[in-house]
Design a protein around this ligand. Sequence first.
Ligand code: FAD
Length: 541
Amino acid sequence: MPNDQRETSPAPAYDALIVGAGFAGLYSLHRLRSLGLKVRVFEAAQDIGGTWFWNRYPGARCDFESMQYSYSFSDEIQQEWNWSEYYASQPEILRYINFVADKLNLRGNIRLNTRVTAATFDEHANSWSVFTENGERFVTSFLVMATGCLSIPIEGDFSGLEDFAGEVHRTSDWPPEGVALGGRRVGLIGTGSSGVQITPILAAEARHLTVFQRTPHYSIPAHNRPLDPEYVRGWKENYNERRRAARLSRNSTLTDAGNRSGLEFSHEEREREFARRWDVTGGIGFIYAFTDVTMNDAVNQHASDFARRRIASIVRDPSKAAALTPRDYGIGGKRICVDTNYYETFNRDNVTLVDIRSDPIVRMTPQGLRTKTTEHALDILVLAIGFDAMTGALTRVDITGRAGGKLRDHWKDGPKTYLGLSVSGFPNLFLVTGPGSPSVFANMVTSIEQHVDWITDCILAMKRSLRVTIEATQEAEEAWFSHVNEVGARTMLAKAGNSWYVGANVPGKPRVVMPYMGGAPTYMEKIEGVARENYAGFRIN
Ligand code: FAD
């Protein structure tokens, strides 16, 4: 009976329990264990890796450069590991995570195939009872939720799905043995980052691909390439210095980000810069051409217009080009995608684009998918329909804090946290890259390291001072939540208002900008300052 606190909790068997074995959980384990604490990780999956274990669809890759989307805490690891491409593929990232786990000997403290379903704070014992889906209970002093920002896939509600005689596969849980696509008619629903990555591969392998698109996204060419040994040497010889510089940049990544407003340049100069970033350097650096591409309406309009003209110049069929062009929001209003031949794929004879805003999906049938006007015959349906982002993994665990307060209720008007790390009324509970931190708006491995280092230092300080509980005050939490909303309101995310960043992809989810948009360095200064001031805004007992 998970939430029953009438019976006294046994003494904590663990100093810290960690939920999740992706980048965040693994680094948390390494750091907390190295303090000499008794720590264990619970992971729902059959293996470690988190995002990079689950999302093994063809074409899955990171769109932050591999030399930077990796742990920085160990020079030995960053020197020893060799990335093969500028943007690493999912199998390579998964191999890297396993390499790190073996190197640090982490596996012995990880329990796989173990989903945590509930966690309850016992105010008398000052401990958390953590419950798994098998009905087991584990008691711990600290609980670290390393459950991921994009780890709960949207189920989707397609009437008649059970009648469909073909195969249904999700990008978020692709069969490890792969899917035979040759000679088959494939339908794809979802045109966000995963959809954009898988589209060219499905088109190349299947007999026919039908892409069902609700919302067009802006996608920038990746210009992915094998890594040049000279380039790698340059990084390895200067790794620590470059990592330091990256931490001082807006999204924790060293890119050639412009440091002036687009308004300081003429239209022609801006046009040249956008062209250089689209044609030569590629990737999400496009929106870092100037400091205000996602903040200033005029600059944003120019960047969006540039991308729209490029789509029109690539896609030969004008009606397909029109459907693929985002019109009702500016670039940066949704997660920008990075692709290899995405728009070009729609020039292939075996690819059909169905705009489901004008021709809505009615239902699945035994033979395929019926839209308002047409029956599309399919052998395979691929769903790339996104995630219940940032809060989904946390609200799915029944978390009960002081006085029986539920995290789900506490967040009913939006995910209130203090610094994205802690929640008032939930002592000794830490979130890694929680809502209210830069999280998905920065290089996440760097964000994870920063959070885990902060949490580790905090637990160490508690142990040293013989303190037992730490929790955010309600005032500090309210003030931070208002600040996150205020900063978020100035961005394209709030103006577009229809992305997963604001919860718009999940019916009933409160619409607030969830990541902190004030930039990673400002955020780092803030959390380090809070720690220096003896954890200002926290109540410690
Ligand atoms: P995850 O890797 O999501 O790991 C969380 C783990 O927690 C999962 O294994 C999950 O099974 C487990 N878990 C959750 N709930 C429970 C529970 N109740 N009980 C037990 N276990 C649980 N980020 C970038 O910075 N750059 C990119 O280019 C980029 N590309 C991405 C591409 C894709 C397709 C996706 C999905 C995400 C991408 N991300 C990217 C974000 C990515 O999620 C992070 O970079 C990073 O991998 C997050 O690590 P994590 O450990 O915080 O979470």
